[in-house]
Design a protein around this ligand. Structure first.
Ligand code: GYE
Length: 340
């Protein structure tokens, strides 16, 4: 059997399984609600044979970065005439795994996803490989023992982002600071790597001390809540710098700092990561000091890779998205050219 007929046979098998699954689901409807597999952005219409199809499992909508990322991918799919099966996992790995399996059943041409955490993907990636569907990782990396489980990983260098944030802080604080850290989603590649890069860089500066560190789950509300507890803790009064793994948490923390009667950007110097528009606004207002850019507009790179894969052209194993560092002084000017 050649590759094409194998794919066709697999699709037929998958369709049969899907039929069975639907029948089972229908049966169980009256018993208990099916667990939430996340919202689907497209209709349940079967993938048409002539349109190239991509299944994309997104993490959720936790931050401005994520929203810009989703828009970029959806716009690029539409512009290039792809059928996009979009599934929002609402921050849950189990929902992502369900969505990935549903893409296999549908028989999409390529599967892309942004993995919420780094580990636990091996079984589902093996199933996808067996079905002969290529996988592209976008935004976040996974830890797997077999490198052939995905074709390429497109995204930023999170360790370097952490280093850049640290370098800025060391310079700004003259090598001496009591730092509070707001970490991203536990177990996620950006939370792990941004912490690692920052710690690596401050190692040779013993007077830069992280005195508080906790996850703010990459959201504004959690960032605010955790910063409030930091400030109320016995060490709260010593905090004079904040490192947030994303802008949204920094923006939430800014509110908590103001509520505590302090001046964000002055009493507590703040550096965060992403470079979203609202971070530039906060910098222009003097409340945020620095943002390390992490470009979410991955749609064009993602679909370049997908088209190359479908055309059987070679694709780089690792595609790094370029980015910069922005400070208060130029924020009002910079904001005019920001695209997200
Ligand atoms: O920094 C954060 C988002 O994975 C790079 O996820 C992404 C991160 C981004 O929620 O805002």
């Amino acid at each position: 059997m050649n590759w094409n007929s194998r794919r066709r046979a697999l699709r037929l098998m998958a369709a049969a399984i899907a039929g069975l699954a639907t029948a089972c689901e229908k049966k169980s409807e009256t018993q208990a609600p099916a667990p939430d597999a996340g919202k689907s952005g497209t209709s349940a219409a079967p993938t048409t044979e002539n349109k190239r199809s991509v299944g994309f499992s997104q993490i959720g909508a936790e931050s401005d970065w994520r929203k810009a990322n989703t828009e970029s991918i959806q716009a690029e799919a539409a512009a290039r005439g792809f059928e996009l099966e979009f599934a929002d996992a609402q921050q849950k790995q189990e929902n992502q795994i369900k969505a990935l399996r549903a893409f296999v059943v549908k028989g999409v041409d390529v599967i892309a996803f942004s993995p919420v955490v780094e580990t636990g993907w091996e079984p589902v990636l093996k199933e996808i490989k067996q079905a002969g569907i290529p996988v592209v990782l976008t935004d976040r990396a996974v830890e797997v023992s077999d490198p052939d489980l995905y074709v390429t990983f497109i995204g930023a260098d999170f360790v370097e982002e952490g280093r850049r944030a640290a370098r800025w802080l060391i310079k700004e604080m003259g090598g001496k600071a009591m730092v509070a850290e707001l970490q991203g989603t536990p177990g996620s590649a950006p939370a792990i790597d941004r912490k690692r890069g920052f710690e690596e860089e401050i190692k040779s500066h013993p007077d830069i001390k992280i005195i508080k560190s906790q996850s703010g789950e990459f959201t504004r509300s959690k960032g605010r809540e955790v910063m409030e507890t930091f400030l109320k803790s016995p060490e709260g009064k010593q905090i004079n710098a904040l490192y947030a793994h994303n802008d949204d948490m920094a923006l939430g923390a800014i509110q908590a700092i103001e509520e505590a009667g302090l001046k964000p950007g002055v009493d507590i110097k703040i550096v965060s990561i992403d470079g979203v528009r609202s971070a530039f606004e906060a910098m222009a207002a003097g409340k945020l000091n620095c943002t390390v850019e992490c470009n979410p507009l991955l749609g064009p790179q993602l679909f370049d890779a997908i088209e190359a894969i479908l055309a059987k052209k070679p694709v780089e194993r690792r595609i790094v998205t370029p980015s910069g560092v922005f400070e208060q002084a130029t924020a009002a000017e910079d904001i005019k050219t920001r695209k997200y």
